[in-house]
Design a protein around this ligand. Structure first.
Ligand code: SF4
Length: 195
């Protein structure tokens, strides 16, 4: 599977402590996508599903897996294998896609069926910059839908705030992840410059 980025333990990509995978490559190309480096199909790096699963298994205290993009469904078969096996580990799965659920169902492939049967929460739809004012938690723009495909998350109180994590490596590289509104990004960078 083509991978853009992995964070093995994060509290900012959905509910609880999660293993997060950003897939590499996206053919949707929303205007002013916030994840430009994940768009090129030949970017990132290749990792086998077996290696990914092995690494996920070593994270003994995570609540689940979150898959973001890039566009995960552009690697439909690999995604199906990953979701199927992770579900067998009794981990919850949150999946972000720029495709709407109707479009995915129209594909009528075994892979899409396996994915939708395996995941607990789908956040669907493209990113639309003009709709980034107020949006539901986890969504990037208000056109996106939170589709609960199992009851797993339904009993949880809706988390009250978007969360951001900032990682600063020993060499001074700064990485930001999490859920935040686009207009807040500049405030985050301003705060970091003041450190
Ligand atoms: S679907 Fe996601 S990764 Fe692809 S262009 Fe849209 S926002 Fe960017």
């Amino acid at each position: 599977m083509r991978i853009h980025r992995i964070i093995k333990s994060t509290f900012a990509e959905g509910y609880g402590k999660r293993y997060a995978i950003w897939t590499q490559g996206c053919t949707i190309r929303c205007k002013n996508c916030l994840n430009q480096q994940a768009l090129a199909i030949d970017g990132g790096y290749e990792l086998t599903i077996e290696a990914l699963l092995e690494d996920i298994r070593t994270q003994s205290d995570i609540d689940g897996l979150t898959i973001l993009g890039g566009e995960p469904f552009d690697q439909e078969e690999e995604l199906a294998s990953l979701c199927y096996e992770v579900k067998k580990m009794n981990l919850s799965i949150i999946l972000f896609s720029g495709y709407q659920l109707d479009h995915l169902l129209q594909r009528k492939t075994t892979s899409v069926k396996t994915i939708l049967d395996s995941i607990d929460l789908l956040i669907d739809g493209p990113y639309i910059e003009e709709l980034t004012g107020e949006h539901p938690l986890l969504a990037g723009s208000s056109n996106q839908n939170l589709i609960y495909l199992t009851d797993y998350f339904k009993h949880l109180p809706y988390a009250s705030k978007d969360l951001v994590e900032i990682r600063i490596s020993k060499s001074g590289h700064i990485k930001v992840n999490g859920m935040f509104k686009y207009k807040e990004l500049s405030k985050i960078w301003e705060g970091l410059y003041e450190l």
